[in-house]
Design a protein around this ligand. Structure first.
Ligand code: NAD
Length: 500
């Protein structure tokens, strides 16, 4: 079926876009409201944070602002030698200090870190948006509050682990190697560091190669909080650095968040190693909208779930299954809402859809969208004009999708939604479950009984009803099937860092 594109020919969207003439043109006409980056001091280069000192790496790599393609800084690349140094520093800190420290003292450090993060939240949020391309509204209103909440929550557990698991004597594991992705750089660091430290482990953390800066700023917060040397070590670099950490014999536990492909490689590398591991991997979440759903609320939930933050969310609602009777209405309202999305400058407080994180990721999104068109699904894009520099992709939907289409089965990790219809709850559930993933999903209906029936049949680790993308440190998060192994957050997340 021929692709229908409002972006290149849609009259309404072009008229809306013409109202703006500054660099970042958007879908609606708000005056620009950019957040100042004056308080963010980015150094020309950064070293590795090992044993409480800043250590040179074997090479250097550039990190850029994906909205402007300007180089922000150069960071060190840790080779096997530096990874070894970091693991040894973590072991020393574990044996000499952290393992022996009473939980209430460990908790004090975590409380201090949480408070410092709150004090410096604006600086962190701006840096996150500059390095990763995500809208400031998200880094300021979602990421940073959750980052602080994770440290506060786990600080509270540090001296209560015996009560968390009554009748057991929970013991720390030792050195944790943690490898994280670029979509929530600081939040993923907090998800991993806070429980590991609260449980008495020391850590070597490897941030993603495209977003290392907030983790390095976090190292400065650890210094400011007086955290003993070597308790947290931060090694920057790409896949080879992560691999060296995963394979290091001095590491007791691996916590990985990233793609299913790399997760499978890590699982193979860890087989027979005896290392504990948790893997938080990709997803292909489905929203199920029933004909009795609050439609406007559901449309807003879908937009939030896939277009805000450019679809760079593991639990992004990248599939929409809508009951046949309301399908036309939902798609019409969805298109209208898509036209009003503000696409552009991540530092502008009006922005809904920021920059794609990297050129490589943009290439992956374009490749999968082209595959969807080739396989016969019908694509439609909203009409915003995109900035000339940087990496951008317009909010896109596919209709007339078959279950076998790649846009239905594969994680795109961009602002692209595949839409299908269903007649009965059973058909909807079957379609929702029919992918290799099982991370998350959403159900939209007026009936509580239907929510219980449908969510208990959906094979996904996290399910929301009449809302979407809500997180809390007390609640476990993780997937079924190829979406991962283990849980993070809540008691389940604590257990993953303990021998109980
Ligand atoms: P990725 O797998 O390419 O990279 C993740 C991290 O692994 C990076 O730090 C990378 O440098 C490192 N890495 C790459 N190759 C490695 C190797 N061989 N050994 C060890 N480490 C290696 O993923 P990405 O593109 O950065 O992130 C996007 C993916 O992350 C998506 O699939 C998304 O769904 C997933 N994700 C999952 C969750 C979750 O909680 N389930 C959360 C966020 C992101």
């Amino acid at each position: 079926m021929a692709a229908e594109r409002a972006g290149s020919g849609g009259g309404r969207s072009r008229k809306v876009a013409k109202k703006r003439d500054h660099d970042f043109v958007t879908g609606t006409s708000y005056a620009p409201a950019p957040e100042s980056s004056a308080q963010v001091k980015i150094a020309k280069s950064y070293d590795l944070f090992i044993g409480g000192k800043w250590v040179k790496g074997s090479k250097r790599m550039k990190t850029i602002n994906p909205a402007t393609e300007k180089v922000l800084s150069e960071v060190a690349v840790a080779g096997p030698k530096e990874v070894d140094l970091a693991v040894k520093a973590a072991r020393k800190a574990y044996n000499n200090v952290w393992k022996k420290m009473p939980g209430r003292e460990r908790g004090k450090y975590l409380f201090r870190v949480a408070r410092l993060l709150q004090e410096r939240a604006r600086e962190f949020a701006v840096l996150e948006s500059m390095d990763g391309g995500k809208p400031i509204r998200e880094s300021r209103d979602v990421d940073l509050p959750l980052v602080a909440a994770h440290f506060f929550y786990h600080a509270g557990w540090a001296d209560k682990l015996d009560y968390a698991f009554p009748g057991r004597k929970p013991q720390s594991l030792g050195v944790a190697g943690q490898v994280i992705p670029w979509n929530f750089p600081l939040l993923m660091a907090a998800w991993k560091l806070a429980p590991a430290l609260a449980c008495g482990n020391t850590v070597v953390l490897k941030p993603a190669e495209t977003t290392p800066l907030t983790a390095l700023l976090l190292a400065q917060v650890f210094e400011e909080a007086g955290l003993p040397d070597g308790v947290v070590n931060i090694v920057t670099g790409a896949g080879a650095t992560g691999q060296a950490l995963v394979e290091h014999p001095g590491v007791d536990k691996i916590a990985f968040t990233g793609s299913t492909g790399v997760g499978k490689m890590i699982q193979r590398a860890l087989a027979k190693s005896g290392k504990k591991h948790t893997l938080e991997l990709g997803g292909k979440a489905a929203h199920l909208i029933f004909d009795d759903a609050p439609i406007n609320q559901a449309v807003e939930g879908i937009v939030n779930g896939i277009f805000f933050n450019q679809g760079h969310v593991c639990c992004a609602g990248s599939r929409l299954l809508v009951q046949e009777g309301v399908a036309d209405l939902v798609i019409r309202k969805l298109k209208r809402r898509m036209e009003t999305l503000v696409v552009g400058d991540p530092l502008d407080k009006n922005t809904d859809v920021g920059a794609i994180n990297s050129k490589e990721q943009l290439g992956r999104i374009k490749g999968l969208v082209a595959a969807g068109e080739k396989e016969g699904a019908c694509s439609w894009q909203s009409g915003q004009r995109l900035p000339g520099k940087g990496y951008w992709f317009k909010p896109t939907i596919f209709t007339d999708c078959a279950q076998s289409h790649r846009v239905v089965q594969e994680e795109i990790f961009g602002p692209v939604l595949a839409i299908q219809t269903f007649r009965t709850p059973e058909e909807g559930i079957e379609k929702a479950n029919n992918t290799p993933y099982g991370l998350s999903g959403g159900v939209w209906t007026d009936k509580g009984s239907k929510i219980f029936k449908v969510t208990s049949a959906m094979r996904a680790g996290v399910l929301w009803a009449n809302t979407y993308n809500k997180f809390d440190p007390t609640s476990p998060f993780g997937g079924y099937k190829e979406s991962g192994v283990g849980r993070e957050g809540g008691l389940h997340g604590l257990a993953a860092y303990l021998e109980i």
